[in-house]
Design a protein around this ligand. Structure first.
Ligand SMILES: [Zn+2]
Length: 286
């Protein structure tokens, strides 16, 4: 954890200090070595929700530090239990950063705990996740529409289970993939210059194709977007625009099928019970 209570004030770890864990109220001690970022650790092992922060690595800390201190490690009480969110904005948007693998139960319980939540996931943890994404995203994605921000686009993704790490494809909240990992932004390739947000496949898909939706944004846009509190409006508009376009597409297909059927019936003669003969004398079924 980055913050503990010292004399009832939220404080970062400084050498040789003791504090209180704001979740379980037991003693924590500062860890200020040179290898890991300064943090607090429980003095004795605790079954505490704040425990996972103790092992947070540089990727996690780098993301968290981009946001105002008052938004970091915010405690929310859910079902009489204290939960710690990596980031909670004043509008109650929760952002959780996840570098390591996470147990499916823990993943679901966190999604359930918050009404309004985004995962940001390190897409470079496993060796093949990024190369696979880079290859498959080109083959499997179709532009659905452009978003009204420069260089933001929404794609429908077929066979999305081939594109993304398995553990993140059935989330009920948006998942943003960061494929930069520990690399400096200067060294980023063109794919890494964007963040990729997979919309919850459990909630929104493309008509009968069952494709998932993904939008991407230039990496540099994400922070101001959250700081300016643009997420909520953007997200609800996006969902309703997808819904609208889904309906339009479905109507278009239905119209097309109706016309094809009419054409078929015009060109063919029914000989008995749904068996038709076309103008070349071939038997056909409707
Ligand atoms: Zn604790």
């Amino acid at each position: 954890m980055k913050f503990a209570l010292v004399n009832n004030q939220r404080q970062e770890a400084t050498p040789k200090t003791k504090g209180i864990c704001p979740v379980c109220n037991t003693t924590v001690i500062s860890k200020c070595g040179s290898k890991k970022a300064h943090h607090w650790a429980h003095e004795t092992k605790q079954d505490c929700k704040n425990d996972r922060w103790e092992t947070e690595g540089p990727w996690h800390r780098k993301w968290k530090n981009k946001f105002p201190i008052e938004w970091q490690e915010q405690i929310t009480i859910v079902n009489n239990e204290k939960n710690v969110a990596d980031i909670k904005t004043p509008q109650n948007l929760v952002i959780e950063f996840q570098h390591s693998s996470i147990a499916p139960d823990e993943q679901k319980s966190r999604e359930k705990a918050y009404d309004n939540m985004i995962w940001v996931v390190d897409g470079t943890r496993l060796k093949y996740d990024f190369p696979r994404f880079r290859k498959k995203i080109i083959e499997n994605s179709h532009l659905y529409f452009k978003l009204n921000k420069q260089n933001w686009k929404l794609f429908s993704i077929e066979f999305y289970d081939e594109v993304f790490p398995k553990s993140w494809i059935t989330c009920s909240v948006p998942v943003i993939f960061d494929f930069l990992g520990e690399v400096e932004e200067k060294g980023a390739d063109v794919f890494q210059k964007f963040l990729y947000c997979l919309l919850p496949t459990t909630k929104i898909r493309k008509n009968e194709w069952n494709n998932a939706f993904l939008f991407y944004m230039p990496r540099k846009d994400f922070l101001p977007f959250i700081l300016n509190n643009e997420w909520e409006n953007f997200y609800s508009n996006l969902l309703s625009n997808i819904e609208k376009k889904n309906i339009e597409e479905k109507e278009e297909w239905d119209r097309y099928y109706r016309e094809e059927i009419e054409k078929f019936k015009r060109d063919c003669v029914e000989i008995n019970n749904k068996i038709f003969v076309d103008k070349y004398g071939f038997k056909r079924k409707l």
